[in-house]
Design a protein around this ligand. Sequence first.
Ligand code: ZN
Ligand code: MN
Length: 444
Amino acid sequence: MSVPTRFTPIIGLEIHVELKTNSKMFCACSAHHFQVKPNTHTCPVCLGLPGALPVPNKKAVEWCQRIGLALSCQLAEESKFDRKNYFYPDLAKGYQISQYDQPLCFKGKVTLSTGKEIGITRVHMEEDTAKNVHRKVKGKDMTLVDFNRSGVPLVEIVTEPDFRSADEVDEFLKELRRVIRFLEVSDADMEKGSMRLEVNMSLLTDKDKGKFPSYKVEVKNINSFRFVKKAIEYEYKRQSEILNTGKTPRQETRGYQEDVDKTISQRSKEEAHDYRYFPEPDIPPMCFTEEDFRQIKEESPKLPQEIQDRFEKEYGLPKETAAFLTETPDLVTYTRKAFAISAKASIDPKDIANTIKNKKYDWTKLEPEELIEKLKAEKTDVITDEKQLSPIVDEIITQNPKVVKDYKAGKQQVIGFFIGQVMLRTKGKADAKAVQDLFRKKLS
Ligand code: ZN
Ligand code: MN
């Protein structure tokens, strides 16, 4: 038996993003379900009652196309909904309305900082399921179903299996989150479940000779950026151990369990044909014109990368700083305001950028004007006044008898230590020359 020595992870992602439209995907119920009293936003459509007719949410479809455009996808001129059939208690109809062979958007890409491109296979529209709640009722373990989430618009983004490391996945997800937040279509919050992730992963061995592995493991239940990395690392270890014994890992769905930092087998992975997809008979196919696409482009907010490039070019900011300032739309608005008034106050935008990035002041608690005032004060507030400096100098002298002794013994260079101490206590505002003179006077 030849034991393979090297493994290359082959990773693809499936990401579900919940849109923050006011109403649900196929009915007029409110789509807000986070921390809402259970089963208060329901109707025959989202409860899946027989005979209820779905009516698509136009805004959700447009927002899905917005996401597609931002990921450099082509938009389909003809698209339709399909039924994805499966049974689960949180799916009352017995099928999810999704899209199968004609997604709204397809063939996109995202470029990583290394220049590597990650292919986007498709971006499609579907509906969220209800939520199972496990809890004790009258001393018995029960599963209750909350239908507030049932029918909330969900966009599914599928990537090509282009990732080769957890770091690439991490960078991609952070960029995706940033883009979606700037598009103002979702909070894309993994902790709150408005961005959910499935990782498809296998390991390529030397024996595969460049062909993809014959198996694929799907990992679900990853709800933070930190856990993405951990789940991938765990799977790498688990799969490589199996491969090292000459066996092939099972094709299956596994769930990540954060408390034990492991993935646990859930079921064998289903194939597309298991779902018996067929066109949704209650919703007519959708057709779009060039004019429709032009309008969606026009109404889409600016992408963070564009703003970041402008910050770099116009203000000469380093890439890292510009990226930091374009993390959220709020921070961009704030930075722009501060930059706009910086010239009048003769403050360098670079100083503003660094101050925000280094968290010297908490920008969320200061108006841009106040931040600039603080920077201005820092520049002009040099303390030269002997009355102000004297008590500080006295204190340092009494607290450092040994250094004072050294100085008196002729070690002139310890004056640098004294000045440093004063700067520490005055946050760098003391005039160094004045401080030095004061020490010499007091110690002579
Ligand atoms: Zn409803
Ligand atoms: Mn889906």
